[in-house]
Design a binder for this molecule. Structure first.
Ligand code: ZN
Length: 140
């Protein structure tokens, strides 16, 4: 399966980049980076295939956390991303089931529209509301 170039999250197209350029310290083993500045996910090209996929899930949970101001700890992000990935691995037909809906049924959930009022990716506007821009997460 080809790696997608973008991941759509709450109306935002997040580039999925494979590069070692976002690692601060070349000696530091960073698997992935969620960068709220340019709203991108960067994966270290040295990752093994499974590690890469787990890392994509992990950085995606960071993005969800930031978009929705869940204020999760890094431990919570780690655990949730690992569990979500494992559920998908343990239930290979789950994705097909979740994606299959009769053609006449809208695929969007009620959450998809209501979240538009919650989602705030304009970090400057967010700052004005007293919430600082979330920091970049470099994950090992
Ligand atoms: Zn992380």
């Amino acid at each position: 399966m080809n790696r997608p170039e973008h991941i759509r999250l709450l109306g935002v197209s997040i580039p999925l980049i494979v590069s070692s350029s976002k690692s601060v310290d070349p000696e530091e083993e960073v698997y992935g980076v969620w960068d709220p500045n340019d709203m991108s996910i960067t994966i270290n090209p040295e990752c093994e295939p499974v590690q890469e996929r787990v890392t994509v899930m992990h950085e995606l949970v960071h993005a969800i956390d930031d978009f929705l101001y869940l204020e999760m700890t890094h431990q919570e992000v780690y655990i949730l991303s690992q569990v979500l990935y494992q559920v998908l691995i343990d239930n290979p037909q789950l994705t097909d089931y979740l994606m299959f809906v009769p053609a006449s049924t809208p695929k969007k959930t009620s959450f998809a529209s209501s979240v538009a009022s919650v989602r705030q990716t304009d970090w400057e506007a967010t700052k004005a509301k007293g919430r600082p821009k979330p920091p970049t997460k470099r994950c090992r």
